[in-house]
Design a protein around this ligand. Sequence first.
Ligand SMILES: Cc1cc2nc3c(=O)[nH]c(=O)nc-3n(C[C@H](O)[C@H](O)[C@H](O)COP(=O)(O)OP(=O)(O)OC[C@H]3O[C@@H](n4cnc5c(N)ncnc54)[C@H](O)[C@@H]3O)c2cc1C
Ligand SMILES: NC(=O)c1ccc[n+]([C@@H]2O[C@H](COP(=O)([O-])OP(=O)(O)OC[C@H]3O[C@@H](n4cnc5c(N)ncnc54)[C@H](O)[C@@H]3O)[C@@H](O)[C@H]2O)c1
Length: 458
Amino acid sequence: MADFDLVIVGTGSGNSILDERFAGWRVAVVERGTFGGTCLNVGCIPTKMFVHTAELAAAPSAGAKLGVDAELLGVRWTDVRDRIFGRIDPIAAGGREYRFTHPDNDNVTVFEGTARFTGPHELDIALADGNRTSITGDRVVLAAGGRPVVPDGLENVPFHTSDTVMRLDELPRRMVIVGTGFVAAEFAHVFSSFGVDVTVLGRSGAMLRHEDADISERFTELARKRWDLRLNGTVAGAAQESDGIRVDLTDGSSVSTDVVLVAIGRTPNSDLLNLPAAGVGVTTSGHVVVDRTQRTTAPHVWALGDIASPFELKHVANHEARVVQHNLLHPDAPIDADHRFVPHAVFSSPQVAAVGLTEREAKAQGRRYVTATQEYAGIAYGWAMEDTTGFAKLLADPASGQLIGAHIIGPQASTLIQPLIQAMSFGLDARSMARGQYWIHPAMPELIENALLNLPLD
Ligand SMILES: Cc1cc2nc3c(=O)[nH]c(=O)nc-3n(C[C@H](O)[C@H](O)[C@H](O)COP(=O)(O)OP(=O)(O)OC[C@H]3O[C@@H](n4cnc5c(N)ncnc54)[C@H](O)[C@@H]3O)c2cc1C
Ligand SMILES: NC(=O)c1ccc[n+]([C@@H]2O[C@H](COP(=O)([O-])OP(=O)(O)OC[C@H]3O[C@@H](n4cnc5c(N)ncnc54)[C@H](O)[C@@H]3O)[C@@H](O)[C@H]2O)c1
């Protein structure tokens, strides 16, 4: 049995822990899938490459109301797909090659297979080549991520998840997307911009229902105009028919389609690891329990990213990887992860971005707060874009002026939110932020300036 100072399970964010400071450590890295994990191979990065391309495809139809008549001649799907993965696949392969062969990694052994604990420090690895091996780790880092959840009712038909849908052989004519969250909103935008007839099936009454209610309501209203949106129901069953797949819904209706995309959330890969053998606890949702230093209930085991984090976001996984890295290197001076102001963005059309509390959460916490909104239609750059639906909504403590929540729906929301994240992270109050700096005129951040000035502070 080979003994290691450190075993890292998962090469998504876990792969970024190692640097020259670990040169004297014997390290094992275990990976059961493609090197680089979800974000690089099947998540953030390819999706945003498709989203950018989709926006180019959608531009001609958006031009007409501004007096520019253009026509989309076509989307060469296989060219788009192969350009994107022609860029990504070599990065994943290069990362793997680096760990296997580069002298920087003389102290690192890579095992390609699925790891599971057989004791507190012992792991069995079912290798991809069919063999097995056992190793021990003085310390273990769990960075094993999660995987898509699949609903009942699709047993008799082929379906895709975000893991496979970006590599379709051809662009389908019709697509049914099950789910109304991040993945559904982004892929509905991508595929409908490419000319696919998209139907979205949602169990709840709104899309992006975890967002602030005003944002979710506006997004749902706009989604209804673009996609065939079937809410308050889900899949009851499905059958293969001569001209495609028939999906039956719980309300008794049905939809015919060429491709079904499942996007109803992800589940942590904690169940693959036989965690009880190591004394590592999990929550009812399957997330590994960690303390503020990312240490699990077993003192020699740390966890980071989607396996331990309900946020399921890459910037959170990256932050937690830096915390784990520090705490491995400095066991006597551990640091805490900072989850105070975790932002997110949905790269759909329109974009949505948020940080801090929704109004619903502020109420539930009994917080004293004031709100302000500012529409894009009320700022000069919004006039340039003829935007009539986007807005920013802020929540602040009226006494201190500290922002407690920020929500944006509209063009470049994912970029416009950043100064608000900065203000919240560094404790800058709304009035100082609005009047203590210049705002370039007539640029889009005037949306934020005006929203801040609209806050009815004490
Ligand atoms: C379609 C999609 C789009 C996304 N877009 C964004 C975005 O725009 N912005 C954002 O912030 N986040 C986005 N995310 C979320 C983001 O991808 C994840 O939060 C992030 O990749 C999680 O990183 P991780 O290191 O925790 O896990 P992963 O990157 O999933 O890495 C886990 C690795 O562990 C391996 N593994 C699992 N179990 C074992 C085992 N037992 N033995 C060995 N290896 C194992 C897996 O094969 C995998 O490679 C997106 C996700 C999806 C699905
Ligand atoms: N831009 C980004 O940061 C980004 C993009 C994509 C994914 N992600 C991450 O990936 C994770 C997974 O995304 P997701 O969209 O799959 O999950 P999600 O949790 O965002 O949304 C899932 C949706 O599916 C609905 N649902 C659940 N079961 C259902 C059923 N049986 N039938 C119909 N609807 C059902 C839920 O009500 C929910 O609205 C997210 O939590 C997110 O953190 C992030």
